[in-house]
Each structure stands twice: as structure tokens, then as C-alpha cells.
Design a protein around this ligand. Structure first.
Ligand code: SIN
Length: 350
């Protein structure tokens, strides 16, 4: 009896994470999104407000997750992910690094809006420093909707973060039973529940009834193997995205961005990264003044390589990173150097 009593006191002393069983200890960090969205109608899947329910409400909707793991939760923000900020990214990344250093935490689940989930995921893939699993999930339908997808996605995310096989895989996204690498996943549909795909790599794995199956491990360096860190950062370099289109001859946006002190521009070029000849001329002038320019593509899949002549003067090919992900890598590259040659090596490597 006395032994049992001492053990209970020990558990309370561990700050709430139960150690009484061999279930993994998972921390859910909530940031908002449709998974925390709600409206009065069961029919509506648009026109609701994202980021209104607390993390505790999300957990209460899926009591089965406590069979998988001991759960702790923190509310980092409660926003529509379209409004994501560098400040929240840095807070989230630093918090994950602190939590995963503890022997009492085995994995992290982040609930997030789907609109910019791929950007946050790729950022965390490059700056979190642990081999333990970090998994992002969300929902395409608000919690109030008939057939809401949030509860199953949250269950799957906890199952994945609890899996021993999920170590050393980098940051992952789980939506609609698919496991995708933060390196490759992108949102490909505005409303469908099957809205995330990895067009160049395919799914990293899948989850069926809580069981985790992997197909591959991503090769480009991430987490502990990535050189990018957030420990000493309070801000991130300013980088913008410029869309390329027919008759884009004036270069007004490029000049305005440079005047507003952006350090880098990612061009969402046409086809394999082509930039309108007039816009390119203006970018070349700005590159002479220190602007770093990365060429990606608005197409949505495939590889962009700068041609030999353009590489010599500083154009950097984004490879298979879409514009929003190339922007993340360029921001992190600029935390290390302003030299386009070095930044080019980051794009070859990561
Ligand atoms: C958001 O990104 O916060 C809203 C949309 C969504 O989560 O699907």
C-alpha cells in the first residue's frame, strides 16, 4: 500500500506526464486551423471560423488517443494558418527543441491549419534538433461538420508520433491516412479531405487502424543533420515570392519588394522556372545590388535548375521545392550567409 502511495506521489512530481505504464509520452501543440474551427451548421464546410476551439476540446473529441499515449497539451496560438507569422514559427520551433530534449517526451503532434501547413512543416524539418517524431496534422472540414476529418487525423498523428519506427524520419504531415514528409508534401486541393500529396516522391507511408507503415525515409538532410538553427534567432530574413505571367514587362513588384528591404525573392516562374525577359532584366539589376533570386515554378511539380549562364550571375534553381518551400530554405540560408554561391549549395543539398 505504502509503495503504491509513493508511486502516485512520484507521478504527480513528474509534472503531469504519467509514467505508470509503458505508453509513450506525447505533447500536442495546438496552433489553430480548421481542425479547431466551428460553425452552427453541420452542412457548412466553408464560411466557418478557423482556430476557435481549444486544444482540450480537440483532445476531448478523440478520447481513444489516451489508449495510445500519455497526452500533454499546450496552446501555442489559435489562428487561421493563412495568418501564420515568423514569431509563431520561432516560438514553436524553440518549444519543440526544449520538449524533445526531455527524457519524459517521446514525440510531438502539432495541430495546424492546412493552408500553410507545408511551410511550417518544412521550417520545422530544417530547424528542430531531435530524432524523435514531430507530426503535423489538421482538418479540411471544421469540427462542427458532418463527417469532420479532424478527429481521425488527430488519432493518426498521435499513433504516428507514438511509433518507434517514426524516429529519424524528419518532420511529417499526416492527413487522410497518408504519412508525408515535410520535404515533399504540398496542399493540392482547396476543399477535398484528400488534400495533401507529395507529387515528386509519393507517400512516405500510411496509417491503417492506428498501425503505421512506412515506404521510405527522405534523403535530404533534416533535423539533427541540418545546419540551420533557431536558438539565437528572434527574427527571420525578409523573403518574398514573385509570380511570373504573360506580359509581365514592368517589374514594378520586384522593384517595390527590393525597396521594402527584402533580402531575397523566389520567382514562381512559368514551366521549368522561366522568367519573362523584361522581369528578368530588372531582377538582374537588383541582383547586382545584393538581392538573392531563387527560380522555382508555378507548375506544382517537377524540378527547376538555373541554366549555366544564369547560375554564373547568381540565379539559383529551387530544384523540386515549390515557391513557398523555396522561400523557407532561402530565409534560413540568409541566416547563414548573403553569398549566392553558398546559398546555391544549400538548394543543392536540402
Ligand atoms: C487554416 O489554414 O487555418 C484554415 C484552413 C484549414 O485549416 O484547412
Amino acid at each position: 500500500m505504502r509503495v503504491i502511495l509513493c508511486y502516485i506521489v512520484f507521478l504527480i512530481g513528474m509534472g503531469g506526464i504519467a509514467m505508470a505504464d509503458d505508453k509513450p509520452n506525447i505533447v500536442i501543440l495546438a496552433t489553430g486551423g480548421t481542425i479547431a474551427g466551428s460553425t452552427t451548421s453541420h452542412i457548412e464546410t466553408t464560411g466557418y471560423k478557423a482556430g476557435v476551439l481549444s486544444v482540450n476540446s480537440l483532445i476531448q473529441a478523440v478520447p481513444e488517443i489516451t489508449n495510445l499515449a500519455n497526452i500533454q497539451a499546450e496552446q501555442i496560438s489559435n489562428i487561421d494558418s493563412a495568418d501564420m507569422t515568423d514569431e509563431i514559427w520561432l516560438t514553436l520551433a524553440k518549444r519543440i527543441n526544449i520538449l524533445l530534449e526531455s527524457n519524459n517526451v517521446d514525440g510531438i503532434v502539432i495541430t495546424h491549419g492546412t493552408d500553410t501547413m507545408e511551410e511550417t512543416a518544412f521550417f520545422l524539418h530544417l530547424v528542430t534538433k531531435s530524432t524523435k517524431p514531430v507530426v503535423l496534422t489538421g482538418a479540411m472540414r471544421p469540427s462542427s461538420a458532418m463527417s469532420a476529418d479532424g478527429p481521425k487525423n488527430l488519432y493518426n498523428a498521435v499513433a504516428l508520433a507514438s511509433s518507434k519506427n517514426a524516429n529519424n524520419k524528419g518532420v511529417m504531415i499526416v492527413m487522410n491516412d497518408r504519412i508525408q514528409s515535410a520535404r515533399y508534401a504540398t496542399k493540392i486541393h482547396t476543399l477535398n479531405t484528400d488534400s495533401f500529396q507529395s507529387l515528386t516522391s509519393g507517400d512516405m507511408g500510411y496509417i491503417i487502424d492506428g498501425a503505421v507503415y512506412f515506404n521510405f525515409t527522405p534523403v535530404p538532410p533534416h533535423t539533427t543533420k541540418s545546419i540551420f538553427r533557431v536558438d539565437n534567432l528572434n527574427t527571420l530574413p525578409k523573403v518574398d515570392i514573385l509570380y511570373s505571367y504573360s506580359n509581365d514587362g514592368l517589374g514594378v513588384a520586384a522593384k517595390a519588394l527590393f525597396q521594402s528591404k527584402v533580402k531575397g525573392i523566389v520567382v514562381a516562374g512559368s514551366g521549368a522556372g522561366s522568367i519573362h525577359v523584361f522581369q528578368k532584366k530588372i531582377l538582374k539589376d537588383l541582383m547586382q545590388q545584393g538581392l538573392i533570386v531563387v527560380q522555382s515554378s508555378r507548375v506544382g511539380s517537377g524540378i527547376v535548375l538555373a541554366n549555366q549562364e544564369d547560375s554564373k550571375i547568381g540565379f539559383i534553381g529551387a530544384k523540386d521545392l515549390n515557391p513557398q518551400k523555396a522561400r523557407v530554405l532561402l530565409m534560413l540560408g540568409l541566416t547563414k550567409t548573403n553569398d549566392f554561391r553558398k546559398i546555391n549549395t544549400f538548394f543543392k543539398q536540402y
